[in-house]
Design a protein around this ligand. Structure first.
Ligand SMILES: Cc1cc2nc3c(=O)[nH]c(=O)nc-3n(C[C@H](O)[C@H](O)[C@H](O)COP(=O)(O)OP(=O)(O)OC[C@H]3O[C@@H](n4cnc5c(N)ncnc54)[C@H](O)[C@@H]3O)c2cc1C
Length: 428
């Protein structure tokens, strides 16, 4: 068995932030493989070490290929390309969820029905035995010279690459398993004992676990997290609430994404929502903002700017801010399609946890409401969201004022890749 991990320079939004996080995870991946007696090779594609079609060349020598069953964005497109071209069996394994979505059938409509299938499966998958047995590490020839990441200065390496250097690494979320484990320990000791009451308080970042970046890149998995949560001394109501987020919501969005041909496209949102938004497409939009102002967190909306600055600086945003941030984009952009593409672009480019089933599932939820709701300008019957839960909170004004003074990186300005999120085909 040979484990291969490669990173290219040309995936959408490749930046110091994403590359450094990925490479930190890759170092741990290699160390974890070594501990299990598995061979692991890595490749960072760059001008002086350019390789074409490495996965295909490795696959040509293999008896079978096993890859991650990630249902969105680059990972999905690449997996589909490998599967289409390989002459050997290609097996997609979902390691991101506690309960693999493929087990749950293809006909589940709505989260309640999903939970009725998902909840009874959880116990069996929590005790999964992942010990490696009788695996022979590959020791034969390779069609390339692997990188030895642990011998390289990863900061220097990232600085030398042809990627977006205007988006810096997140100090809040250092790469690697040690940092992720520290966050998990903080969840158990500080966050979980008050989770139900505190989780909506966006003025305190420690009211949330901050684990989503590590989950997105597979540094930690839900099984490891739930083992720590179930073993914690916090009350049952807090554990149940956390499980509802991590398993009930996150895995629902993974399941949904797997059922959709293109989870990142606007046409996934409900027909009635698209119709009501289209009915209001010509409404005046006095709160329109430029992409430049939005990207920089310098719009006329102070709360929105505070949200956006978390994405910009931390590469993460508190849960309680995200729906306000998303729904306001509908009023700040020229059309509902532009709102969809802009929200996806900002989330995907800046947030470590972006490009994920939860990204597009939640952005779709920002277009939720009810056909029987009161009709409003621009939004039609799509529900709006105010910023009261932050602004009216004790200390909310001080938090907003402090957010406005946070130094932000000066980002390169690119056009929103609208086609990517409406009709276009990936080019990677
Ligand atoms: C407009 C919008 C965009 C979002 N974009 C993303 C995204 O790109 N990536 C992402 O992982 N999540 C996204 N979310 C969901 C949620 O806001 C984040 O998962 C959460 O804020 C991550 O912070 P945390 O790890 O501290 O969460 P915690 O409150 O500590 O929750 C623990 C875990 O539960 C899961 N979780 C919590 N809330 C949700 C939710 N609403 N949907 C799915 N899973 C959830 C996450 O895996 C999270 O790490 C988005 C929500 C909205 C409204």
């Amino acid at each position: 068995m040979l484990v291969y991990h490669g990173v290219r320079e040309d995936y959408p939004y490749a930046s110091d932030r994403l590359h450094r996080f990925i490479l930190g995870a890759s170092v741990d991946l290699a160390a974890g493989c070594r501990e299990r007696g598995l061979a692991c090779v890595q490749h960072v594609d760059r001008a002086e070490r350019r390789e074409k079609g490495l996965v295909h060349r490795l696959a040509a020598e293999a008896a079978a290929v096993v890859l991650e069953d990630q249902p969105t964005f680059v990972a999905r497109w690449q997996a589909e390309r490998v599967a289409a071209a390989a002459k050997v069996a290609v097996l997609a394994v979902n390691a991101a969820c506690l309960v693999p979505p493929a087990l749950l059938g293809h006909d589940t409509r709505g989260r309640s029905a999903f939970l009725r299938r998902h909840e009874p499966e959880r116990a069996a998958w929590s005790t999964w035995n992942d010990e490696t047995s009788e695996v022979v590490p590959y020791a034969g020839d390779l069609p390339f010279t692997p990188d030895s990441l642990e011998d390289l200065d990863l900061d220097d390496l990232v600085a030398s690459l042809d990627i977006d250097h205007s988006l810096p690494v997140s100090e809040m979320h250092p790469p690697g398993h040690v940092a992720a484990s520290e966050r998990l320990a903080r969840l158990v000791d500080e966050t979980l004992p008050v989770y139900v009451a505190a989780r909506n308080d966006a003025t305190r970042s420690e009211s949330a676990s901050g684990l989503s970046p590590y989950l997105h890149f597979g540094v930690l998995g839900p099984r490891e997290i739930m083992a720590a949560v179930n073993g914690a001394s916090a009350g049952g109501q807090h554990k149940r609430k956390f499980a509802d987020e991590l398993l009930g919501w996150r895995e629902w969005f993974h399941y949904q994404a797997r059922q959709l041909a293109a989870p990142e496209k606007y046409d996934r949102i409900a027909d009635w929502a698209r119709r009501t938004l289209a009915d209001h497409a010509a409404d005046p939009r006095p709160e329109m903002e430029t992409v430049t102002a939005m990207l920089a967190g310098e719009t006329r909306d102070e709360t929105w700017n505070a949200c956006q600055r978390q994405f910009l600086i931390d590469g993460w945003m508190h849960n309680n801010l995200r729906m306000y941030w998303g729904k306001r984009i509908i009023a700040m952009t020229a059309s509902p399609e532009a709102a969809w593409a802009t929200a996806c672009y900002l989330n995907d480019r800046l947030s470590l946890d972006g490009r994920d089933p939860s990204t597009y599932g939640n952005i779709a939820a920002m277009f939720a409401g009810s056909p029987s709701d009161r009709e409003r300008p621009i939004y039609g019957r799509v529900a709006t969201r105010g910023d009261g839960s932050t602004r009216k909170r004790e200390g909310g004004d001080a938090w907003l004022a402090a957010s406005a003074t946070r130094p932000t990186p000066q980002l390169s300005i690119e056009e929103v890749p609208v086609d990517l999120y409406l009709t276009g085909q990936p080019t990677i």
